[in-house]
Design a protein around this ligand. Sequence first.
Ligand code: CAA
Length: 380
Amino acid sequence: MDFSLSSEQKEYQELALKFAKNEMIPNAAKFDESGEFPKEIFEKAWQAGLLNTCVPVEYGGAGFSNLDAVLIGECLAYGCMGMNSSMMANDLALLPIVIAGTAEQKKKFLTPFTEKFLLASFCLTEPENGSDAAGIKTSIVDKGDHYEVNGNKMWITNGGYADLYVVYGTKDASLKNKGISCVVVPKGTAGIEIGKKEDKLGHRASDTRAITFNKVKVPKENLLGKEGEGWQIAMKTLDHSRPLVAASAVGGAQRAMDLAVKYALERKQFGKSISEFQAVQFMLAEMGMRTEASRMLVYQAAWMADQKIRNTKVASIAKAMASDGLMQTATDAVQIYGGYGYSKEYPIEKIFRDAKLLQIYEGTSQIQRMVIARELLRSN
Ligand code: CAA
């Protein structure tokens, strides 16, 4: 087994980390405070080739593997997990097109993302259906020459800025997962109603909104896969995107740990550096153990996706381990900072707030455990 990265992978990593340090870290507190959307920073990331990692070469993309994407995502999250949410959301929304689109659909919907800076939204979650994704009520109904979409979506990342929406709906909610289809809805289509920006605890730089689809007419050629295949498309997408979220958690944890180490070395109490106290050292050691173990799981989950090996279980293990690990690491990092950790003058309280969402979105830590248990039971 070879753990070394290729020279290209090291180059992307270096590029993404440089971007995080030069463009994201210096601006993170400002956008967190104001809640404004840092579109210019995202546009710069696009210019640097750090967005839309899933777009294949044939459609103008860089042809990054899932492993390449997690290497980049970890570095961007090191800069700011909130900004990285918006950046990752593009991949989450484009992946269903990569997975299930025809060559024509890929050319039509993916290529524009490589020609100019555009944003996309993945619309699965609804006000009453988050964890229970098969229970969605938004309808996608065949009206002869087009589909009509009606329903409410919730917690949609990039919702207010998206140039296209990938929307899941059902022809009959009683069919549960078997009735779900997935369509691409371009921005500006009549009947798309964009809700107010959510005022959130963390990830304040990412744009999160409710989106209502009110008698939205969608051309038949915008259906991804066949009618009723939407669920499989969503599940396969999550198998690819959960390693990206887990990578974001690893990047956030690495940043929290780096800050905690630096502070522990600088801070003096009882006449010596607090890094000399075993209580502090053990917290740092646990951070190192969690972060390194999570990183290995992320690489494994991404590598499996690249080898086209079903990675559902490992992707969920990586997502749960990395996000729960991040929450603990961020909590301990605040503890090491003491009172200063609770102040907005230091970057650690933002990481603590941002960390919480990683245990919630793209499947809560509890849903990941449900998936892991089902996969374990299924294979026996
Ligand atoms: N690949 C292929 N097939 C899969 C699959 C996978 N990964 N996972 C499940 N399936 C299949 C099952 O084998 C089953 O097939 P059969 O009907 O033929 O038996 C079928 O799908 C239904 O599966 P389940 O019985 O497991 O379905 P369920 O309804 O009980 O629960 C769940 C499934 C895994 C809990 C799912 O609802 C889930 O993942 N929930 C969380 C949703 C989520 O992650 N949402 C995040 C939205 S994105 C986001 O956060 C927004 C953002 O902007 C960041």
